[in-house]
Design a protein around this ligand. Structure first.
Ligand SMILES: O=C(O)CCC(=O)C(=O)O
Length: 249
C-alpha cells in the first residue's frame, strides 16, 4: 500500500519512486536473462523491430533495447504480472492496471546515449491521459552517473507539447527546449528492484552512462479499461490477447 504522502507526490509531481518493490534475487535473474537475450540479438543480427543497438567507438554493436519482451518470453510476463507491482499501479490509476506494452532499455558501462526529454503520451496518444502510467523497474542501482531518469516535476499538468525530431537522431523526438521549465528538473535515483512510476504526460529523459556500471531497466506501460488511443497503440495491447496475458499473482 502506498502512503498518503506517496500518492500526493505522484499527484503533484507526476512521478514517484518506490524502493524495494522487487527483491534483488528475482531482479538479478531477469536482468541476466534479458542481457543474454539482447547480446544474442545483437550477435544474431535479429529482426531490428525486436531490438536496437548502440555502437562503441570501435564500431562494435552493443545492446540498447529489447522491444516487447512480454511477447518474447514467459519470464517477463511472470515478473511483471505480480500483485506487488499491480497493486501499486491500481492505486495510482484508481482502477485496474492492464499492461499495454513494454521495453527493456540498456546502457552498457561507459555507453548508452542520452534519451532526450519527451512525454510518453505524445507517442501513445491515450485519452483520458489519467488512464495511462509507466512503471520503470530498475534492474541496476541507478543515479545521475549511469543515466537515471530525470523528470520535470509537475509537467503532467501542462498538457502535451509538440515534439520534433532531434537532428541526426530521427528516432528521438523532443520539444523545443524553450518550452521546458528546467527549474523543476529532478533526478529519479533508485536502487535495483525499486520502481519509478510516471504519468504519461510528465516530461522525462535519461542521461548517458558515464560510469563503469551497467544501467538496465524494464519499462512497462499500463492503461485502464477506460483508455482509448488514436495512435492505435491499444490495438495490440497485451491485455487484449488472452493467449499470453496473465492475471496478477
Ligand atoms: O530508460 C530510458 O533510458 C528511457 C526510458 C523512458 O523514456 C520511458 O520508460 O518512458
Amino acid at each position: 500500500m502506498l502512503s498518503t504522502a506517496q500518492k500526493q507526490q505522484y499527484t503533484d509531481n507526476g512521478w514517484l519512486v518506490v524502493e524495494n518493490v522487487f527483491d534483488t534475487v528475482e531482479v538479478d535473474a531477469l536482468r541476466d536473462f534479458a542481457t543474454q537475450m539482447a547480446e544474442d540479438d545483437v550477435k544474431n543480427n535479429a529482426d531490428v523491430s525486436s531490438y536496437a543497438v548502440d555502437y562503441a567507438e570501435d564500431g562494435s554493436a552493443l545492446p540498447r533495447k529489447i522491444g516487447s519482451p512480454f511477447l518474447r518470453d514467459e519470464r517477463f510476463r511472470q515478473f511483471a504480472m505480480q500483485r506487488k507491482l499491480c497493486d501499486i499501479l491500481n492505486e495510482l490509476l484508481g482502477d485496474e492496471a492492464l499492461m499495454a506494452t513494454d521495453q527493456i532499455f540498456m546502457k552498457p558501462p561507459r555507453h548508452g546515449t542520452e534519451k532526450p526529454y519527451h512525454q510518453d503520451n505524445f507517442y501513445f496518444n491515450v485519452t483520458p491521459a489519467e488512464a495511462m502510467i509507466t512503471a520503470w523497474i530498475a534492474l541496476d542501482d541507478v543515479d545521475e552517473e549511469n543515466g537515471c531518469l530525470e523528470y520535470i516535476s509537475g509537467s503532467h499538468k501542462d498538457g502535451i507539447i509538440e515534439h520534433e525530431p532531434v537532428p541526426g537522431e530521427t528516432y528521438n523526438l523532443t520539444p523545443n527546449p524553450d518550452a521546458l521549465d528546467l527549474s523543476r528538473a529532478a533526478y529519479a535515483r533508485v536502487k535495483k528492484g525499486g520502481v519509478v512510476f510516471h504519468h504519461g504526460v510528465c516530461f522525462h529523459k535519461s542521461g548517458a552512462n558515464h560510469s563503469d556500471r551497467w544501467r538496465r531497466a524494464y519499462a512497462t506501460h499500463w492503461v485502464t479499461a477506460a483508455a482509448q488511443s488514436a495512435s492505435g497503440l491499444l490495438d495490440k495491447a497485451y491485455f487484449k490477447n488472452p493467449d499470453i496475458y496473465l492475471q496478477p499473482v
